[in-house]
Design a protein around this ligand. Structure first.
Ligand code: FES
Ligand code: FES
Length: 158
């Protein structure tokens, strides 16, 4: 492998990237290099959760993660297809609950909830799941509907 080369699986597809500078953030690799604009850029300082993706199934703030840190991993973004049924269920729960206004925070919330459910299970206490979303901010303040979506997922997800 040459310097700057990166091998990832992104949404189930093997990807090889060249000339990735050492300081490049995963957020920029996804949005600008790979044109996966679903992952949003908010604060770039780890404070809003808009950039949340999954790395090997665990939540990751892509604005605070160097692309080279995740070399060899599997990255999942909001664009993932039916191969990730859990992300699909969270997206559907958001739609059913009407849990979005401008939608800017939505991809981050969806990925954060998917990561939490995968890690802690649907049997995790409601408060624990909601506390796990503490790093995700909605500037439209549509939190009530987001909580409704979480509640639905806790009862619907096997
Ligand atoms: S853009 Fe990453 S936490 Fe705000
Ligand atoms: S729906 Fe607008 S920021 Fe959350």
């Amino acid at each position: 492998m040459t310097a700057g080369q990166l091998r990832l699986t992104v949404n189930g597809t093997a990807v090889e990237l060249a000339d990735v500078p050492a300081p490049e953030r995963l957020l920029d690799t996804l949005r600008w290099r790979m044109k996966l604009k679903g992952t949003k850029e908010g604060c770039r300082t780890g404070d809003c959760g808009a950039c949340t993706v999954l790395v090997d199934g665990r939540t990751c703030l892509s604005c605070l993660t160097l692309a080279h840190e995740v070399d060899g991993t599997s990255v999942t973004t909001i664009e993932v297809g039916p191969e990730d049924a859990l992300v699909g269920r969270v997206r559907a729960a958001f739609e059913a609950a009407g849990a979005l206004q401008c939608g800017y925070c939505t991809p981050g919330f969806v990925m954060a909830i998917a990561g939490l459910l995968r890690e802690r299970g649907t049997g995790a206490p409601r408060e624990e799941l909601l506390e796990g979303l503490g790093g995700n901010l909605c500037r439209c303040t549509g939190y009530t509907a987001i909580v409704r979506a979480v509640d639905a997922l806790r009862t619907e997800t096997p």
